[in-house]
Design a protein around this ligand. Structure first.
Ligand code: MRU
Length: 362
């Protein structure tokens, strides 16, 4: 199944998610029957990854509309927008998707309740379809960057599990592999939530892509030994100047890449670009529960009562980024220009296809 799916069941509409907290050992599905369950799934990281949480939030909005009685329909839609927006602060795709749903609701304001519900379900499904198309386009644009025999390092999970399917950073690797290019992927474990060892490793093995798991602190060693020719990561929010917020540890990799003259690529849909923020210092960084650092799967790994820090993301300054791959192409510096142009082209296509917003205020 896809990472997130809309299902009309005999008991009513549901949003189905692959439970990413259970992978790789158990392949379980979470069935959300109302928007509060969707919000919980995002907060607890049963679904995670910037594009995936955007699509999931949109479906949560649609679910709120479908499940609400006529007399509280508008209030419930607003309530759901508020609750979903509070789940995670860094990935801008969440706010982008909520804005699109809000705009879709505004366009049918005053219509019959069944029309409002239909409009929101349509919009959520359109966002999901577009996300898959974005991943494919990122794959097609980025595949040529990877050559036979390359060692490619990636961090966190920016694969199919982080989107509806196919992924962002893993999309060019999948596309290159499908074209017959053979390379090796170094999979950073990605402490503390282990998205690399639990999710990226699972996906790459399924795709038949040659890969090796390393702990995060091994990256410099393999770069120094000439085993890494390229680095590619995803993004949770990209500021107008090209500064990139991504999983904690990304910034360090970018500095290491510069030291070793290794190209450092970022792959993300234009819905991850936040033109409203001039630079990366303005990106809100999520601080997650410290027990995710002090414990591993419920097992205490530090002295009881030990203080810990847990910023879930860091910001890589744009000067370290070789290129940003979006569904509109491969963009180089100056990012202020290339990203604005990419977002405008994408926004034009979305408007032509039926409305939407980019870089909306949040
Ligand atoms: O905390 P997570 O697992 O949601 O963080 C995910 C990442 O940092 C990904 O690299 C990013 O969202 C890009 S996903 C296509």
């Amino acid at each position: 199944m896809k990472t997130v799916e809309w299902h009309d069941t005999p008991g009513g509409a549901e949003v189905w998610l692959i439970d990413q907290t259970r992978l790789p050992l158990e392949e379980e599905v979470v069935r959300c029957r109302d928007y509060t369950e969707v919000a919980h799934a995002i907060r607890s990281m049963q679904v995670r990854g910037a594009p995936a949480i955007g699509v999931t939030a949109a479906m949560g909005e649609a679910l709120a509309a479908v499940r609400a009685p006529d007399d509280t329909l508008n209030a419930t839609i607003q309530e759901a927008c508020g609750a979903l927006a509070k789940t995670r602060p860094t990935a801008v795709n969440l706010f982008w998707a909520i804005e699109r749903m809000r705009s879709a609701a505004l366009r049918v304001a005053g219509s019959a309740p069944h029309e409002v519900r239909a409009a929101l379900v349509d919009e959520a499904q359109r966002i999901a379809v577009e996300d898959e198309a974005c991943s494919r386009a990122i794959g097609a644009h980025g595949a040529a960057l990877f050559a036979e025999g390359d060692g490619v390092l990636t961090h966190c999970n920016a694969g199919g599990l982080a989107a509806v399917s196919y992924g962002t950073a893993l999309a060019p690797l999948r596309a290159a592999h499908e074209r017959g290019t053979r390379f090796h992927v170094w999979v950073d474990e990605t402490r503390p939530f282990l998205q690399g060892s639990r999710l990226t490793a699972w996906e790459l093995l399924k795709a038949g892509i040659d890969c090796t798991l390393i702990t995060d602190n091994m990256a410099a060693h393999f770069m120094g030994r000439g085993r890494v020719q390229k680095i590619i990561v995803g993004a949770d929010r990209i500021a107008a100047n090209g500064d990139v917020a991504n999983k904690i540890g990304t910034y360090g990799l970018a500095i290491l890449a510069r030291e070793h003259s290794i190209p450092f690529y970022v792959a993300a849909p234009t819905s991850t670009v936040d033109l409203a923020l001039a630079s990366g210092d303005l990106i809100p960084i999520e601080e997650r529960d410290h027990t995710e650092v002090t414990q591993l799967r419920g097992q205490q790994m530090a002295p009881l009562g030990m203080r810990a820090a847990h910023p879930a993301f860091d910001v890589t300054p744009h000067r370290y980024v070789t290129a940003i791959i979006t569904e509109e192409g491969v963009h180089g510096p100056p990012y202020v220009e290339s990203l604005r142009e990419a977002v405008e082209v994408a926004r034009g296509k979305t408007l032509l296809a039926g409305e939407g917003v980019h870089g909306a205020s949040r």
